[in-house]
Each structure stands twice: as structure tokens, then as C-alpha cells.
Design a binder for this molecule. Structure first.
Ligand SMILES: *Cc1c(COP(=O)(O)O)cnc(C)c1O
Length: 364
């Protein structure tokens, strides 16, 4: 039998079922309800922020945050060249200009020195993506003196010392898409200690309808709300946060050991940081990486190339004042291995034997 091992499948259990059925039975299925309040409180406690606004997706969280910060046409926002596209697309969506910055070879997150070189009089913010679950050097980024939006979408459970991912910068965003470590299906949130900013985001997510005057609108808002049904699923997952995060981390640790034994690499990490393992990322020579993907395909194992560096996409190629060799190199040499929280020992063995061992020793 051909194994069918997906890159990531959600780990859903009886708690999720109970909460979702309860939300359904209550009739609260749209953008208000008790599960939304509980979900927001659970995330706020987890990431030690005083305000959390649950929204319909991580992308919506980014767009609303940029809009609430007053960022639009004529403004520039610095974005890493190695990321899922959403942060760069969100900048374009609000009419501003994404300025792509190379990542650091040390940890593949946005390079603080290079980012400093890109600051101009038009720079209004930076979106600091905790790439592949690795927290940025937020202390260095804070010194640049521009507002930092932390994109923690891939870094549930990561930390620097005692400070969790989601607690850095002026404001942080999460995604709870089904392939993230903690999921609500589709969904996202904004977390901040700035009460005014949180209120502005909540307003914009709710048609900019004046809280005290129904159907009176002074701004152009949108419908970016999360549903109570979605929040029920999200709350169950938030209550299993440690279990879900730890399971992925253990799988990542096993892959790291196996890869090392077989002469393959893993994504770089900076000392003193506790990354999360969103998807385990193996690193090798580009030809070997591509061979691993083919081996996976033949064996029914979803091994995937990571994102192309954004400068190699037509839409973003003109947006790099400086070349981004680290992002381009990382993109060509890295692949994800299946990393579901409930991945079994047999599945891990299968990935190792069918995908890693055949390319053993291909690169140091
Ligand atoms: C997944 C992801 C997003 C987008 O989240 P959605 O909920 O899918 O809209 C944004 N930024 C990063 C870094 C992501 O990985």
C-alpha cells in the first residue's frame, strides 16, 4: 500500500466537537457570541497581551492592522523576502509599497542591519515575520525606531526567554488556518497592548459601525469578523496549545537528529531562542532537495519546496532595493517534511526511510 502522508493535518478531538456542537445548538453562529470572547481571552493570556481581536484570517489581521495604523498610498512597509506571500500582499491591498529585505543567514528571519538600510522618510512600519516558527531578533528590530508588526502566524509556542511569540512589537498577528499549529479552520487575530489600536481594528473589522450608534459609519470598514462557530473550534485548540505545540516540536527534534545522522541539514536557528516547529524544514543542496520532493511524490508523502523568495515572483521582483541572496538560496535548498501533531512513529519512519535515507550523505 502506498502511504499517504500529508504535510499537515489538523489534530481534532472530542473537545473541538463538543464546543462546536454547543455553539451550533446555541444559535450563535456569526460574528458575536460567548466563544469569541473566551477565545480572545485565551489567546490574550497565552501571548501576554492585554487586547486580542479575533478576525476571519491571518491575512485579514494584517490588512486591518495596516489600515488601523493609517498606512496607505505613499507609504512604505518593510517585509522580509522569505515568507509566505500574505504580509507583502496585505501591504499592496492597503495601497502601500512593500519594500523587500533579505533575511539573515543566522536564522532566516528579517536581517535587522539590512532592514535599517532600507528605512526612508516614507517608511511607516515593518512586518517582522517569525519565519518558519523562529522569532525575529525583535530587540534589534525595535532599535530601528519604526513600528513593528510581528507576524507570528507560524510561531505558536515559540519564545525568546520568557517572552512568547505574539508579545513582540507594537502589535502581533496570528493565523489559525488549518495548517498552523493551533487552528480554527480559517481564522486569525491581532494581539496588542495598545487599547486604542485594538479598538480601531475591531471597528474596522465590523463595518466601521460606531459602537454606540448602529448604522452610523465614519470610516470605510469591512466585515473581517471571526464567527462564534469558528471561535468554538479555536478555543478547544487554544486549550490544547501546549499539547499541540509540544507534539510538533518533538517531531521536529526527531527529524533534526535523523537528518544530522544522514548528513542532511535543518533550518538555522539563533542561540537563546526557542523556535516552534510549524513544519519541519530540511536543508540540503538544491538538486538533493528536488530529489527528495520526487521521492516523496513516488511514495505518497507530501514533501514540499518552501516558498519561492518573493523577489522571484513577477509581482514583487521590482520591490527589492538590494539583492536578497540569502532568501534566494534558502528558498532553493529547503523543503518541508510532514509535521502533523498526530504523526505516528510509523509515519515518521516511513518519511525517513523513503525520503531522507535515499539521499543520505548528499550534502553536509
Ligand atoms: C499563514 C500565514 C499568513 C496568512 O494567514 P491566513 O490565515 O491563511 O490568511 C500570514 N503570514 C504568515 C507568515 C503565514 O504563515
Amino acid at each position: 500500500m502506498t502511504p499517504r502522508i500529508p504535510l499537515s493535518r489538523p489534530a481534532l478531538g472530542p473537545l473541538e466537537r463538543r464546543y462546536v456542537e454547543d455553539a451550533l445548538a446555541s444559535g450563535w453562529i456569526s460574528g458575536t457570541g460567548p466563544y469569541l470572547e473566551r477565545f480572545e481571552a485565551a489567546i490574550a493570556e497565552r501571548v501576554r497581551r492585554s487586547h486580542v481581536v479575533a478576525v476571519s484570517s491571518g491575512t485579514t489581521a494584517l490588512e486591518l492592522t495596516l489600515a488601523a495604523l493609517g498606512i496607505g498610498p505613499g507609504n512604505e512597509v518593510i517585509v522580509p523576502a522569505l515568507t509566505f506571500v500574505a504580509p507583502a500582499a496585505a501591504v499592496l491591498t492597503v495601497g502601500a509599497v512593500p519594500v523587500l529585505c533579505d533575511v539573515s543567514p543566522v536564522d532566516w528571519t528579517i536581517d535587522p542591519v539590512r532592514a535599517g538600510d532600507l528605512v526612508t522618510s516614507r517608511t511607516r512600519a515593518m512586518i517582522a515575520v517569525n519565519t518558519l516558527g523562529h522569532p525575529c531578533d525583535h530587540r534589534a528590530l525595535a532599535r530601528l525606531g519604526i513600528p513593528v508588526i510581528e507576524d507570528a502566524a507560524q510561531s505558536h509556542g515559540a519564545a525568546v526567554g520568557a517572552s512568547p511569540a505574539g508579545s513582540f512589537g507594537r502589535v502581533s498577528v496570528f493565523s489559525f488556518h488549518a495548517n498552523k499549529a493551533v487552528t480554527s479552520g480559517e481564522g486569525g487575530c491581532v494581539a496588542t497592548d495598545d487599547g486604542d489600536l485594538a479598538a480601531r481594528i475591531r471597528l474596522l473589522a465590523n463595518h466601521a459601525m460606531s459602537p454606540d450608534r448602529p448604522y452610523v459609519h465614519h470610516l470605510v470598514g469591512r466585515n473581517g469578523r471571526m464567527t462564534n462557530l469558528t471561535a468554538a473550534l479555536g478555543l478547544a485548540q487554544a486549550q490544547r496549545w501546549d499539547e499541540l505545540v509540544d507534539a510538533r516540536r518533538r517531531i521536529g527534534d526527531r527529524y533534526v537528529d535523523q537528518a544530522r545522522e544522514l548528513g542532511l541539514g535543518s533550518r538555522p536557528t539563533r542561540r537563546g531562542v526557542t523556535p516552534s516547529c510549524w513544519l519541519h524544514t530540511v536543508v540540503t543542496a538544491p538538486e538533493t532537495r528536488n530529489r527528495m520532493i520526487r521521492l516523496g511524490r513516488d511514495a505518497g508523502i507530501d514533501v514540499r519546496a518552501i516558498w519561492p523568495a518573493l523577489p522571484s515572483l513577477d509581482l514583487y521582483s521590482g520591490r527589492t532595493p538590494r539583492p536578497c541572496p540569502v532568501a534566494v538560496g534558502a528558498s532553493a535548498s529547503a523543503a518541508w517534511l510532514p509535521t502533523s501533531a498526530d504523526l505516528t512513529d510509523v509515519e515518521i519512519e516511513t518519511v525517513v526511510e523513503r525520503v531522507l535515507r535515499p539521499v543520505a550523505g548528499a550534502s553536509a
